[in-house]
Write a protein that binds this ligand. Structure first.
Ligand code: GDP
Ligand code: MG
Length: 353
């Protein structure tokens, strides 16, 4: 509390001075009369004395409380504002859904196939834009087909050797898929096929491919480094097709992924397939692409379609990677359960109940 002492001969002047100096909240603690000090004072008119005080801290506290209240109110107001905006959004979507029950019907179908919600809305916006009445099913399928693009399977260049490498996480189906394609080209088409495996982390993995190579009577080499891989490829210079199996790597294993990138560099492949299980959710597809996305010329190969009814993974992964599709596998049987992606069939599957 500030306390000040005022002396003068006119009460009004003193009060004006207090008001200017201490503000109108000042409190008068004492008024009285006094005399000037010394002998002279006894002979002059007594002066007016006022003691005034100003409770600065109380005032400041009040200001603090006020500004806190103001802040809280501002916060509440902005909360209210966004709540209103959200409600308006919901209302708008609801009315879109009310106006176009067909829109929400297909959004439901796409989400039942685990198509990412953003992709589903994009597809439906495009489908609605081309819809001129009539068959909505066809519009949705056409947009999905546009998203899927044309598949790019293996094409044997006359005279040129194909070097095909299979990448992807453990257990996704690399060895089995390689065996399916080796059987098709080696046995059905009678091409000269050689197999190389760099998957030496598990003995069983080598044995698995050796079993297939024995049955199909195709040569198999086991390599432990990218240098050895280069040498072995050189040894098979008369083969039409060399197929390379790689160790499965978790998308989180950065060193392992770098080893695989070395193998790719050493093999100079004509075809690079990234295998994606149909059961991968959107987050798993994103993680996979974070690790493998900087490898050039990757094409997507989807496995285990027979294990799920949700085919949205194909659309999701294609959307994330923008890389061409190639094959799907839909069973464990070598060589039967593999086919080039049939874009019409995939679109129809995803767009139907
Ligand atoms: N249901 C089903 N199983 C598959 C398919 N492709 C591979 N598998 C199985 O998945 C398991 C792992 O396959 P594998 O080729 O060893 O995977 P890798 O670790 O990537 O080489 C094996 O049991 C395969 O038979 C498929 O399309 N459908
Ligand atoms: Mg394997």
């Amino acid at each position: 509390m500030d306390v000040k002492h005022y002396v003068g001969d006119d009460m009004r002047d003193i009060m004006d001075q207090i008001r200017t100096e201490m503000g109108s909240d000042a409190i008068i603690l004492h008024t009285g009369k006094t005399r000037k000090k010394g002998l002279k004072g006894w002979f002059s008119k007594p002066l007016i004395e006022v003691v005034a005080a100003h409770d600065r801290t109380a005032n400041d506290k009040q200001n603090d409380v006020d500004s806190r209240r103001l802040q809280a109110m501002e916060l509440q107001l902005s909360g209210l504002h966004s709540a209103i905006e959200r409600l308006a959004d919901i209302k708008q979507n609801q009315s879109a859904a009310e106006i176009n029950p067909i829109y929400s019907k297909y959004i439901d179908i796409l989400s039942a196939h685990d198509v990412n919600p953003d992709i589903a809305s994009e597809i439906m916006d495009k489908a609605m834009a081309i819809y001129k009445g009539g068959d909505m099913q066809q519009c949705v399928e056409d947009v999905i087909k546009e998203y899927l693009g044309q598949p790019v399977p293996i094409s044997l260049d006359n005279g040129r050797q194909s070097v095909i490498i299979f990448l992807g996480p453990t257990g996704v189906g690399k060895t089995t898929t390689l065996a399916k394609l080796a059987a098709y080209y080696g046995i059905q088409l009678g091409k000269k096929v050689a197999l190389i495996t760099a998957d030496t982390y598990r003995i069983a993995a080598v044995e698995q491919l050796r079993t297939y190579s024995d049955i199909m009577q195709l040569p198999l080499s086991v390599v432990y480094s990218s240098n050895e891989l280069k040498q072995e490829i050189g040894r098979y210079s008369d083969a039409d097709i060399i197929m390379i199996d790689t160790p499965g790597r978790s998308p989180n294993d950065i060193d392992g992924i770098n080893d695989i990138k070395d193998l790719i560099k050493a093999s100079e492949p004509t075809d690079v397939f990234l295998l994606v299980s149909a059961s991968f959710n959107y987050a798993a597809c994103q993680r996979l692409w974070q690790r493998f996305g900087d490898i050039e010329d990757i094409r997507l190969l989807f496995t285990k379609l027979d294990e799920t009814d949700c085919w949205g993974t194909i659309l999701n992964m294609r959307h994330i990677s923008r890389r061409p599709l190639s094959y799907i596998t839909d069973g464990q049987v070598v060589p039967d359960d593999i086919k080039v992606v049939d874009v019409d069939a995939v679109a129809a599957k995803i767009a139907r109940d």
